[in-house]
Design a protein around this ligand. Structure first.
Ligand SMILES: Cc1ncc(C[n+]2csc(CCOP(=O)(O)OP(=O)(O)O)c2C)c(N)n1
Length: 328
């Protein structure tokens, strides 16, 4: 891994734990989906955890996060309570969006997590709007916008990149390039497959990083955030990653081979980080065991919280839909 000297024991273990929480939370969600406790769409982030975890390390409370429908990892890394997320999955009132959003629409105003978004590329103009507000109000906050490489083919991607740079807005564009947009491989969708180069067309600083390595992602994101906070305007960070699971729960994956998936699994950020911690004596067997047990206990508590949560009453189903009903 890169940037080894900057990584102390505590931080290394923290990164490992943060990624493991996401992986196991989602494994539980998949199980609960089969059991029909969770319904609707479910897009898992397996394999991409290092991106959300690495980037989120560099953000502050005053920053705002805009995510996609594959938003569980971002929400957990941002610190949304796992119980509220699981309750949201179940559609319960105790969920972070009062059960109205489900998997694709996690939301937490207090933590400035302004949502998952079902529309490919839909978060980009929102992030530009947030950043414009932050700049006008001189809060020092930035908007971090996560999106897949599929969004780079959308018009709003280009409009957002252009305005962000033109107006010098504090936006961190984080492209999670997992090589496929549903079943469409990158090379069948993009004339320029080096996504990070697209930033140059807008005179925006851009970089590509190994998205399977949380330390590399964190280091690259820190450079990006430092640049944005210095007043230099937006920054584009492409994180090269891979999703291990199907696009969503319904996908026969006819567009890629088992060998390809296995090849990427060799770079799985979670066992890779664990091995690195062990080899560098940054975590003892007991510490690693304690991390795993802690994560499992948290998930168990989250499921129990969701199970005993309440269903919205029929009379209240239409509440909290319009803005004036949204609790402040
Ligand atoms: C505007 C729009 N077009 C199409 C869809 C259907 N759709 C959902 S996910 C997806 C693929 C997006 O791929 P990418 O942006 O690379 O993100 P990933 O799913 O790989 O994380 C598509 C086409 C949509 N939700 N919104």
């Amino acid at each position: 891994m890169t940037d080894k000297p900057h990584l102390d024991r505590e931080h290394g273990q923290h990164l490992y734990r943060a990624m493991l929480r996401i992986r196991r939370f989602e494994a539980k969600c998949a199980e609960l989906y089969q059991a029909q406790k969770i319904r609707g769409f479910l897009h898992l982030y397996d394999g991409e955890e290092a991106v959300a975890v690495g980037v989120m390390e560099t953000l502050e409370d005053r920053d705002t996060i805009v995510a996609t429908y594959r938003d569980h990892g971002h929400a957990l890394a941002r610190g949304l309570p796992m119980g509220a997320l699981m309750a949201e999955m179940f559609g319960k009132v105790e969920g972070c969006a009062r059960g109205r959003g489900g998997s694709m629409h996690f939301f937490d105003r207090a933590r400035r997590f302004v949502g998952g978004n079902a529309i490919v590329g839909g978060g980009l103009p929102l992030a530009v709007g947030v950043a414009l507000a932050e700049k006008e109000r001189a809060t020092g906050g930035l908007a971090a916008c996560f999106f897949g490489e599929g969004a780079a083919g959308e018009g709003e991607f280009h409009e957002s990149m252009n305005l962000a740079e033109l107006w010098d807005l504090p936006v961190l564009f984080v492209c999670e390039n997992n090589l496929y947009a549903m079943g469409v491989p990158l090379e069948l969708a993009e004339a320029e497959t080096d996504i990070s180069r697209k930033a140059a067309a807008y005179r925006m600083p851009g970089a590509a990083v190994d998205g399977m390595n949380p330390v590399a992602v964190e280091a690259a994101a820190r450079r990006a955030v430092d640049s944005i906070r210095s007043g230099a305007g937006p920054y584009f960070l492409e994180c090269r990653t891979y999703r291990f699971r199907p696009h969503s729960m319904f996908d026969a994956q006819l567009y890629r081979t088992r060998e390809e998936i296995d090849h990427w699994k060799e770079r799985d950020p979670i066992p890779r980080t664990r091995k690195w911690l062990e080899e560098n004596r940054m975590a003892s067997a007991e510490e690693l065991q304690a991390i795993e047990a802690g994560v499992d206990a948290e998930i168990e508590d989250a499921v129990a919280f969701a199970e005993k949560g309440t269903w919205e009453s029929v009379e209240d189903l239409e509440r909290f839909v319009l803005m004036d009903e949204v609790p402040q």
